[in-house]
Write a protein that binds this ligand. Sequence first.
Ligand SMILES: NC(=O)c1ccc[n+]([C@@H]2O[C@H](COP(=O)([O-])OP(=O)(O)OC[C@H]3O[C@@H](n4cnc5c(N)ncnc54)[C@H](O)[C@@H]3O)[C@@H](O)[C@H]2O)c1
Length: 250
Amino acid sequence: MKSENLENKVAVVTGGASGIGEAVTRVFVERGARVVVVDLQQAAGDALVGELGDAVTFIQGDVSERSVADRAVATAVERFGKLDILVNNASASRVRPFVEQTEDDWRLAMDTGLYATRNFMLAAHPELRKAQGAVVNFASGAGIDGQPNQTSYAAAKEAIRGLSRVVANEWAVDQIRVNVVSPMAATAGVTRWAEANPEQYRLSAAKVPLGRFGDPVKDVAPVVAFLASDDARYITGQTLMADGGAIKLR
Ligand SMILES: NC(=O)c1ccc[n+]([C@@H]2O[C@H](COP(=O)([O-])OP(=O)(O)OC[C@H]3O[C@@H](n4cnc5c(N)ncnc54)[C@H](O)[C@@H]3O)[C@@H](O)[C@H]2O)c1
């Protein structure tokens, strides 16, 4: 069944050249949206534009830089006339015990997670206000559950949830909605790991009530599309777990 709940919408998707962000870009385009993808990976971005055509524009840049956020919003307006949806998906981090995490590790997680999300929300605000738009930010079970070796990442992700709840309240007056998705998905990296470590994958998947890691296109991107769409017009300030039931928020 083809869903068209993003017809005529214009979106910025950070980290949209691979992984979950690529899946979001594909599903958004399939549902009628036009997308400005921002990512570090030039070749992957070019390939996506080559495949999806005029519905996608690619900007190579680091989401930590405010100027990149400004450029993304300006490109959406110049190329597609407006901006309805911001998806803050990009993030980078390093995994090691708290006492071994360096200043640089913390900067990486905070800059690409919390500050990038803040930068893009600030840059997008004037256009989102005109469009009565929607923001979808990204959290992680690593933060909600406190997974070992992920302090800087977990802290950035939980800070994003706090930021999202506050801004959901502040921007509600303009009918801008701000929600969060916390996914679990077998991206290419996770799939490679699973193939190399089948027993570990089996044990990890067994902890997920639905018995598997999610598919980025079929299981996670549609949840992002829902929150970004008018179908979710009465939902704001929420975190939706797209994780097979692994974590139940109350
Ligand atoms: N995959 C999962 O199971 C999972 C679990 C919990 C949370 N998440 C969250 O979901 C989101 C997507 O995860 P993923 O697994 O697809 O990640 P990924 O690492 O596979 O992809 C991230 C994308 O962001 C881009 N990127 C990284 N740093 C960037 C920067 N500084 N500037 C611009 N682009 C940058 C990368 O090039 C890549 O295309 C992230 O926010 C992640 O924390 C994922």
